[in-house]
Design a protein around this ligand. Structure first.
Ligand SMILES: Cc1cc2nc3c(=O)[nH]c(=O)nc-3n(C[C@H](O)[C@H](O)[C@H](O)COP(=O)(O)O)c2cc1C
Length: 384
């Protein structure tokens, strides 16, 4: 969040933030259990399937809904399903982005298993691909096979450092063409990946992302979906370690003072709402490059492939000391996005039927903490 602007508002409303005792308060506001999954990967799991899953749950996924549910079959076998209560019907009406997030999960599962000496055999949609909406059929059947010949993927080393970084990016530090090439090269052969770090196309994508994000914030149903998932302050984050976290001592103090609240965020006349719009502008206009992932159609399998490629790109970005944030609004299929959707495809898709699945900005930025996760044990529904 933009501290300078918040402080202006706080100052003008006469509230003195440096209230007595705030130092002690500050020291206790970092979530603990919500971040534990980033610290307990691998440790203490005797079976290879849980070891690999303990990394997979750190995958990027839309609105941090963490829709994965796992039915363990044995120490080396599991069924991955989707929790249908964790979909995003307003902004993701065909569950396309949810499936991309499950693709990220599968790629991380595979990388982690490889590091542990196991080849991940992943059978997608073993009971058939759902069409318009996901249903109760499984996403994938997972089997681990010990393989002494396996060469672990060096990208895995960046798993615990990867973040989605929503800070403004440093406009004095361009991304080199060489770095862009390296990021695109991580994507793998199953998708069409490309990017830009300069010129008219970069500015065009900044403008398009900015307008699309503004239009989403101004669409009450779409933005309401985000607002409902905001977790404000440590207690809310620890209770529901998913969704959009608004944490840290500064924002939490504003929450306690009533300046930051779900009601204020959703109210177009509030300062919080206006600041949300300003932040959207800043995110889009400080993009120092964009990378995108296209597929030649839009099957569920292609959406999974896009997710696998995105996870690899994100690790590639991390390995280069860069930051990344998807800017997905123009790719979404709800009515307010229709014009942006058309434009982004005119700009980035080469052939008819080609689908832009992911679009993310890249650049240099101040670091951000990891985002919360539900513990692995809570995502395992049953053991048979
Ligand atoms: C398909 C997909 C779409 C996403 N779209 C956005 C987006 O438009 N804006 C954004 O800030 N983050 C977006 N994200 C990032 C998620 O919000 C992020 O992965 C999640 O909150 C977990 O945080 P982490 O990546 O730092 O672990 C997207 C992620 C995925 C997989």
């Amino acid at each position: 969040m933009n501290r300078r602007k918040f402080l202006t508002i706080v100052g003008s409303s006469g509230v003195i933030l440096a209230a007595a005792g705030i130092g002690g308060f500050v020291a206790t506001r970092s979530p603990v259990s919500a971040l534990q999954p980033w610290k307990s990967t691998n440790s203490g799991y005797p079976d290879p399937i849980r070891r690999a899953l303990s990394y997979a749950i750190l995958a990027p996924n839309p609105h941090n809904r963490q829709p994965w549910v796992v039915n363990l079959k044995s120490d080396t076998e599991a069924i991955l399903g989707c929790d249908l209560a964790r979909l995003l019907p307003e902004t993701d009406p065909f569950d396309r982005q949810i499936v991309i997030g499950l693709g990220c999960f599968l790629e991380l599962f595979s990388l982690a298993a490889g590091q542990d000496g196991f080849r991940a055999e992943i059978e997608l949609f073993p009971q058939g691909e759902p069409e318009n909406r996901l249903d109760t059929r499984p996403i994938a059947h997972l089997r681990l096979v010990a393989d002494a010949q396996l060469v672990a993927d060096p990208l895995f080393a960046y798993t615990l450092q990867r973040r989605t970084n929503r800070n403004p990016y440093d406009t004095t530090r361009p991304v080199s063409a060489q770095d862009l090439e390296a990021i695109v090269a991580t994507s793998g052969p199953a998708v069409i990946a490309a990017g830009t770090v300069a010129g008219a196309r970069l500015q065009r994508l900044r403008d398009l992302s900015q307008v699309a994000l503004r239009d989403e914030i101004n669409d009450p149903a779409a933005f309401g979906e985000s607002v409902d998932l905001m977790r404000i302050g440590r207690v809310e984050i620890e209770t529901n370690p998913d969704g959009i976290s608004i944490g840290g001592p500064f924002l939490e103090t504003l929450g306690i003072l009533g300046i930051v609240s779900r009601e204020a965020m959703a109210d177009p006349n509030s300062s919080s709402f206006q600041i949300g719009l300003d932040m959207a502008d800043e995110q889009a206009q400080t993009a120092m490059g964009f990378v995108w992932i296209n597929t030649l159609g839009n099957t569920r399998g292609q959406q999974i492939a896009a997710g696998r490629a995105y996870l690899r790109q994100a690790l590639g970005v991390t390995s280069l000391g860069l930051s990344m944030q998807p800017m997905s609004q123009a790719l979404q299929e709800y009515p307010a996005m229709a014009g942006h959707f058309k434009q982004v495809h005119e700009l980035l898709a080469e052939t008819a039927g080609e689908r832009v699945q992911m679009l993310a900005r890249i650049g240099h930025a101040d670091a951000v903490p990891p985002s919360p996760r539900w513990a692995l044990s809570t995502r395992i529904r049953q053991t048979s």
